[in-house]
Design a protein around this ligand. Structure first.
Ligand SMILES: NC(=O)c1ccc[n+]([C@@H]2O[C@H](COP(=O)([O-])OP(=O)(O)OC[C@H]3O[C@@H](n4cnc5c(N)ncnc54)[C@H](O)[C@@H]3O)[C@@H](O)[C@H]2O)c1
Length: 284
């Protein structure tokens, strides 16, 4: 066998160059949520300019305010958008392009869940009303699809790009109702069944878009976090962590490396995949 294979070029450039996003524009939906600023901070640190999209809200979330302070309006713009409305997304794209030029990276993080602290969080499975289900699907599946149409469509027509859809461990696993049985709720708390269903849809849509837009230079992957530490009660944490081979819930910095791998040239030949960042939860 020949010692060199002419179809494979040797790796060039430093590791930092591989992960660099200098000169690229990124859009992140759900910018004002818990994880939005984590994605945005990672993209900014790799050199991208970022447009953060979210619903209108009265106050800027402190984590975004801190990023604005550090990186300034030249690198970070916040734009109001509702992912369930194609018109709203089209307006947002126009605003982002005016600020920073066409986006080459889209991170779809906008999502709806129903944590135990939600106002009406407990139902018998057979009684969950369709409006609760519809709200989750509307944002997590249809909204994400529309953001892909709006921003991904422009990438496919204009020279390529990268989409990362934020999924969940629960795209492929049922939540364990025993994690919540200590909560004083009647009926007992159920993680919404449509949450996992919507995330499974995201994994499938990712494959569809990868196939259709691959020839146009658009890579599409799902990044599925496991449970991220933040505000959960001690009993939940103990039960959840007992199931994680790494023995702990994810912390924010566990998520940034995997995101940067997927959106940068380091992941140039990775598309259509679900990258589970779950501490091994799904390995057994
Ligand atoms: N936090 C976790 O433990 C965890 C674990 C696995 C997956 N995820 C997924 O990660 C993503 C981000 O999670 P998070 O913890 O930041 O959630 P979050 O609830 O804190 O934030 C979600 C954001 O989406 C925005 N949003 C909701 N509806 C919208 C709409 N119609 N248009 C535009 N924006 C809208 C909200 O305003 C909010 O800022 C979600 O898709 C979630 O399902 C989170």
């Amino acid at each position: 066998m020949s010692p060199t294979n002419p179809s494979v070029s040797p790796a060039t450039g430093s590791a930092l160059e591989l992960f660099s996003l200098a000169g690229r524009t990124a859009v992140v939906t759900g910018a004002g949520g818990r994880l939005g600023p984590v994605w945005i901070g990672a993209l900014l640190s790799a050199g991208a300019r970022v447009c953060g999209l979210d619903l209108p809200r009265a106050e800027l979330c402190p984590a975004l305010a801190a990023l604005l302070e550090t990186h300034g309006p030249q690198r970070l713009a916040l734009v109001e958008a509702d992912v369930t409305s194609r018109e709203s997304l089209a307006r947002a794209r126009a605003q982002c392009e005016e600020r920073f030029g066409p986006a080459r990276i889209l991170v779809n993080s906008a999502g709806v869940d129903q944590p135990p602290s939600a106002p009406k969080a407990s139902w018998l499975l057979q009684d969950i009303p369709p409006e609760v289900c519809r709200g989750i699907l509307e944002v997590n599946a249809l909204g994400l699809f529309q953001a892909c149409q709006e921003f991904g469509g422009a990438m496919a027509e204009g020279g390529g790009g990268v989409i990362v859809n934020i999924g969940s461990l629960y795209a492929g696993r049922s939540p364990d109702p025993r994690y919540y049985e200590h909560l004083p709720l009647s009926p007992p708390f159920l993680k919404p069944p449509l949450y996992g269903m919507s995330k499974a849809a995201v994994v499938n849509l990712t494959k569809y878009l990868c196939v259709h837009w691959g020839p146009r230079g658009v890579r599409v992957n799902t990044l599925s976090p496991g449970g991220v530490l933040g505000g959960q009660d001690e009993q939940f944490k103990a039960r959840f962590q007992a199931r994680v081979p790494l023995g702990r819930m994810a912390v924010e910095k566990d998520l940034t490396g995997p995101l940067l791998f997927l959106v940068s040239d380091a992941g140039a030949y990775v598309t259509g995949q679900e990258l589970l960042v779950d501490g091994g939860y799904t390995a057994w």
